[in-house]
Design a protein around this ligand. Structure first.
Ligand SMILES: [Zn+2]
Length: 494
């Protein structure tokens, strides 16, 4: 018996299901074979964290080997492609955070709808607990474009869901910079998914000749979708083969000083425009860290993506819980590099942020060690009171254990802001985040300055803009001062 046992080869590798997928989209490269843990994909594209829903066509079933080797001529391919892109995006961020990440809703499973209907867009909606992908006819491409078939588009929308879980308050503010950061997070998620696949890394190096200042399938986002969309608008000057490029000329200015919207090639305060400032810096960070690698081959490029992914995920967690500021996330990434990599990439990060005019000054942290580890928000209140500026009134909200052994404490304060011009009111939040090491030593501290002005500008944008797709705000109730209290809904279109 014992000799038999000794001969049995024990494998720790989890059972895998084979899938066909586009590593980016049909315009970038051919179908490739990939694999997903059976425990995540199940037999009907439904696992514990991500599940396909489809009102238009029956869900795909695994074949007798447990695989989903379905070609794009069947609509079930869109389901497989969307599932794989969404699940792998979540897997990446969980690997960067080294913990299981929550959604912003109670359900454990994010719904992924690859055939949500006809339209030129894709959504994340917290209250629907799902991401939705639409399809449209493209004369330019001579086909019906399925947005679910783009790894970039699915990863971008899943990025919204991941950030909403990390920073739920970001979904409630009208202000431009936070909304733009949400879009940027989606674009960064798409870049990180691209870099996680060796086939893409080789393709990026082939296209750019190893010099990432040349356009390639990493710098370009949403190639198939963008080509179709840009040729729909009857403006020949706009006919580019992608939606956005991270090799863009946009640099940071206060977004509240920009026009609320504008032509695609000019920077505006619209979130899909202003997000490009962040994604430009992020792309430059990948390029700068890649330049530091010894071999500068595809494996080094993949590794550069992993490093930036770790810094971005920890940096985002260390930023304010209430509103995103590019400079604040940038400096948190520099801190994260000191904590995770002894500052090996700090220079590359600083150069990348400087290239987009994003400040990233590290503020000194008070010498502080807690007496006792807080286990819940009420225990954390003392820390917030001790470490926030006097009289700031932040109320502790959450204590988060990061997978690296850090403890993050969040606090918020909220006030009702009256918008005289529009006769409405909205809630505005500011926050504090404290990051401690395993021994309770304070590592990083951020807190927001009052931000009513940016909230006013953002609400004005929203009230002027005609609804395009699902409503992004709702009326809550009449207030005693005669104004209508309105709230932004955590919905992100495109
Ligand atoms: Zn988006």
């Amino acid at each position: 018996m014992s000799s038999y046992t000794a001969q049995v080869k024990i494998s720790n590798a989890p059972p895998m299901a084979r899938v066909y997928t586009y590593a980016q989209d049909s315009q970038v490269g051919p179908l490739v074979e990939d694999s997903v843990e059976v425990s995540k994909i199940g037999r009907r594209l439904e696992g514990p964290r991500v599940g396909i829903w489809d009102q238009e066509v029956m869900k795909a079933s695994a074949d007798s080997n447990g695989d989903f080797l379905i070609k794009p001529d069947r609509r079930q391919f869109d389901q497989v492609q969307a599932f794989v892109s969404s699940q792998k995006t979540l897997d990446l961020f969980e690997a960067y955070a080294q913990r299981s990440l929550p959604w912003a809703f109670d359900n454990e499973t994010l719904g992924v709808g690859p055939h949500a209907g006809e339209g030129v867009n894709a959504y994340y909606q917290r209250f629907a607990e799902s991401v939705s992908f639409y399809y449209f006819d493209s004369k330019a491409l001579g086909k019906q474009v399925q947005t679910a078939q783009s790894a970039d588009v699915v990863s971008h929308e899943t990025g919204h869901a991941i950030l909403d879980g990390l920073k739920p308050e970001y979904g409630h503010t009208f202000e431009r910079e936070t909304k733009a950061f949400h879009e940027a997070f989606g674009d960064c998620a798409a870049m990180l998914l691209t870099l996680s696949r060796p086939v893409n890394c080789q393709h990026i190096l082939d296209q750019s000749g190893g010099d990432l200042s040349h356009e390639n399938c990493l710098s370009r986002l949403g190639e198939e979708f963008g080509t179709a969309v840009r040729r729909l608008n009857n403006n020949p000057a706009d006919d580019r083969d992608y939606l956005r490029t991270h090799l863009n000329p946009f640099t940071y200015v206060d977004p509240n000083t920009l026009p609320s919207d504008g032509p695609r090639d000019e920077l505006s305060g619209e979130s899909h425009s202003f997000c490009q400032v962040w994604s430009r810096a992020f792309y430059q960070a990948v390029a700068g860290i890649f330049a530091q690698q010894p071999g500068r081959d595809a494996a080094d490029l993949q590794r550069s993506g992993e490093i930036v992914g770790h810094l971005f995920t920890l940096g985002t967690q260390m930023a304010s819980p209430a509103r995103a500021r590019y400079a604040q996330v940038a400096s948190a990434m520099v801190r994260a590099d000191r904590l995770l990599y002894d500052g090996q990439h700090s220079q590359a990060l600083q150069q990348a942020f400087a290239s987009a005019n994003i400040a990233c000054d590290l503020e000194e942290v008070p010498d502080f060690t807690w007496q006792q580890r807080p286990t819940n928000a009420s225990e954390a209140q003392t820390l917030v009171d001790q470490l926030a500026p006097q009289g700031s009134g932040f109320v502790a909200q959450r204590v988060i254990q990061d997978g690296h052994g850090f403890t993050l404490v969040d606090g918020l304060r909220k006030e009702t802001l009256r918008h005289q011009q529009h006769g409405v009111s909205s809630e505005v939040a500011e926050g504090i985040t404290l990051t401690f090491d395993g021994n309770g030593r304070l590592l990083h501290r951020v807190y927001d300055q009052p931000s009513q002005d940016s909230e006013r500008v953002g609400l004005g944008d929203e009230l002027r803009r005609l609804p395009n797709g699902p409503a992004s705000w709702q009326a809550v109730r009449n207030l005693a001062d005669g104004t209508l209290l309105v709230a932004r809904l955590p919905v992100f279109v495109d």
